[in-house]
Design a protein around this ligand. Sequence first.
Ligand SMILES: Nc1nc2c(c(=O)[nH]1)N[C@H]1C(S)=C(S)[C@@H](COP(=O)(O)OP(=O)(O)OC[C@H]3O[C@@H](n4cnc5c(=O)[nH]c(N)nc54)[C@H](O)[C@@H]3O)O[C@H]1N2
Ligand SMILES: Nc1nc2c(c(=O)[nH]1)N[C@H]1C(S)=C(S)[C@@H](COP(=O)(O)OP(=O)(O)OC[C@H]3O[C@@H](n4cnc5c(=O)[nH]c(N)nc54)[C@H](O)[C@@H]3O)O[C@H]1N2
Ligand code: SF4
Ligand SMILES: [Mo]
Length: 739
Amino acid sequence: MPAAVSTALRICPLCEATCGLTLTLDGTRVTGARGDRDDVFSQGFICPKGASFGEVDADPDRLTGPLVRKDGRLQEATWEEAFDTIAARIRPLIETYGPNAVGLVLGNPNVHTMAGALYPPLLIGALRTRNLFTASTLDQMPKHVSSGLLYGDPFAIPVPDLDRTDHLLMLGANPLDSNGSLCTAPDFPGRLKALRRRGGTLTVVDPRRTRTARLADRHLAIRPGADALLLAALVHTLFAEDLAAPGPLADHVQGIEDVREAVRDFTPEAVATACDLDATTIRTVARELAAAPTAAVYGRMGSSTVAYGTLANWLVDVLNVLTGNLDRPGGALFPLSATAPAPRPAGPGKGFALGRWTSRVSGHPEAKGEFPMAALAEEIETAGATEDDGRVRAVITLAANPVLSAPDGLRLDRALGTLDFMVSVDPYLNETTRHADVLLPPPPPSRSAHFDFAFNGFAVRNQARFTPAAVPLDEGRMDECEIHARLILAVSGMRGAPPSAVDELAIEATLAKAVTQPHSPVHGADPKSVAAGLSGTTGPERRLDLMLRLGPYDLTLDDLRRAPHGIDLGPLEPRLPGLLKTRSGRVELLPAPIVADLPRLRAALDAEPGGLVLVGRRHLRSNNSWLHNAPSLTSGSNRCTLQVHPDDADRLGLADGKPARIAAEGGSLDVEVEITDAVRSGVVSLPHGWGHDRDGTRLAVAAARPGVNVNQLLDGSRLDPLSGTAVLNGFPVELTPLS
Ligand SMILES: Nc1nc2c(c(=O)[nH]1)N[C@H]1C(S)=C(S)[C@@H](COP(=O)(O)OP(=O)(O)OC[C@H]3O[C@@H](n4cnc5c(=O)[nH]c(N)nc54)[C@H](O)[C@@H]3O)O[C@H]1N2
Ligand SMILES: Nc1nc2c(c(=O)[nH]1)N[C@H]1C(S)=C(S)[C@@H](COP(=O)(O)OP(=O)(O)OC[C@H]3O[C@@H](n4cnc5c(=O)[nH]c(N)nc54)[C@H](O)[C@@H]3O)O[C@H]1N2
Ligand code: SF4
Ligand SMILES: [Mo]
């Protein structure tokens, strides 16, 4: 008898846009995916990645059960064996060498799963290690630091009010290919087109003429790394021309006049050479920004993973404040997610501190409790004076592939090979996880429930959606939430306890605090009876239900179940001063760490622009390092090409389609040249996430067309100092033709 054909809803986990998908199922196999037209947020939008959900889900290279290293070889094992091994190996290392002996590495897909949101905080608490490394220091840590300093909360990130703004100034972002980041917006391209249609203006700052830049009214092909200079000159111009008008915001902001002083040297003329933009254009951009009825400045990867990343991210918000656009409709607003704690009354908070401790080897200051991912290899390699020296001897990776995503993968590759013990939670045996002693594969996404804990906090519209697992777990598989819970028990010496104990302890701890908070919906209640009233068939569902109940909208999980296409919670609304957690209770516009870093930016005014620099790029059908194994997303011509401007190609004697050698401090790569004027002269571009040519992986499709790992050009020494974020864009390279 043929299996029944049916449909099921699933929020797409393949990028930050969180589109609602309607999956077609043939029995338990996903045979198709289309946009869910009734989804309250995405309204039917889908991109090629979402459309390939079934293929990604059914990839035959996904691991189907745990692997444990025995006799030097990764071999199939039972879950019991896997967790027994973890408990038996990790505990003695912690007991002998102390908690810092375990390094924890968190990768990007954690923000796309319920497990990745709910359990890593508990695992960090259980391990008590300071050796925490995440993809944030390859990405958005400058924004967290800037928000921490300005608002006292590293997660208070204003997003551009895409659907209502009159003017968008976008730096270092290419949402037409990335679908947007720290600005969750299904159909970002459509929303930009709508902005143009309603008479709004779009300015894009990018050294490449991207698909997004082609949509813009104005494209400024800035020299890479110079965004902080451009932004400082825009701020300077607002003051110089008396255009700074924070309006009612002024009541909640301190330090506006100090900022005027701080940017005094950054005149449009002074930054023009470094930015390779003329002073007149810079002034025009500032005037337009000030004149627009509403406007939003928005910067992402290209203004974050650069030498002045935190300064650039800070200046983005300074511009939004000075033009009166922060926290107002049409400007840049703070989303309020359904699982955020109910807002507390305005008043001073605890503030945000940087560098509360430093890394052992290079003394990098922590940011948000993390050390730079670029410093992981040295923390493994470098012995200390004593046994409990804090050297990383074991690593746990959760959804991370730093061998490809972080600087100097070869060094990290070698370092991981020397560890006493390594655990990975990952569906693939890849460049990083091939070093694991225990590899715990989560089931494919069709088998897990979904709620966007992370992205609802960065969404252009407040809404809440929950999709239960589209397909039941297959025999012998374990939900990723349970994998995480059992991992926490194993590393805490509680191996025998049921995984639900982890969730019940989390619920207890949350409630114990909430009932004492006057602004909490459960203030004064009996924690036990609140816990007893939670709905949800699993621990993670009960925790979601609790967070919804403690949240600002008086929602429950049952409410979300009754609304399978989601609940719209309306457009973003002003949240100042309530959300501020600074010590002053105000927006602290010129924080001390920023003051201390500004001389570095001032020095950049006089630096001679050097030779060629490299920037990255994303392709619509990619997702960092892990979607190169899906045939329909990788077919067609080679995508891992080095884009070179025709003038540079002429000068260097490079030919289209021919090989060249590119070199920088971390090493050299042989690449195929693609000559195109889509990159500005003086700039070459190579995408990341490639380099799938290592032994011992199981990625048949990716290995057939491995590409090269751009991060091998870096040695990990280039960092934005305040955030510890790796400089992945705008670093010098040398290029020579290969015959
Ligand atoms: N040069 C350069 N380097 C970059 C960037 C760049 O622009 N240029 N971008 C940076 C950015 S923004 C980021 S976020 C990082 C990303 O860096 P990483 O997070 O290290 O890499 P990813 O490729 O996103 O994938 C991480 C791992 O997650 C696994 N995975 C996929 N789905 C799941 C799941 O459901 N559960 C679990 N447990 N694992 C899963 C994949 O198999 C893969 O091993 O890369 C950074 N590196
Ligand atoms: N298709 C696809 N979508 C993705 C991903 C993916 O790998 N593929 N990854 C996801 C992840 S983890 C993230 S963080 C987001 C990132 O999403 P975005 O922030 O939109 O990042 P990119 O697409 O890398 O675009 C960054 C742009 O910055 C430009 N740039 C480089 N250097 C500079 C500079 O110095 N100044 C300026 N102004 N611009 C510069 C680059 O040319 C590039 O066009 O995308 C997410 N979505
Ligand atoms: S835009 Fe992102 S969330 Fe939407 S379908 Fe494509 S990959 Fe999925
Ligand atoms: Mo990212």
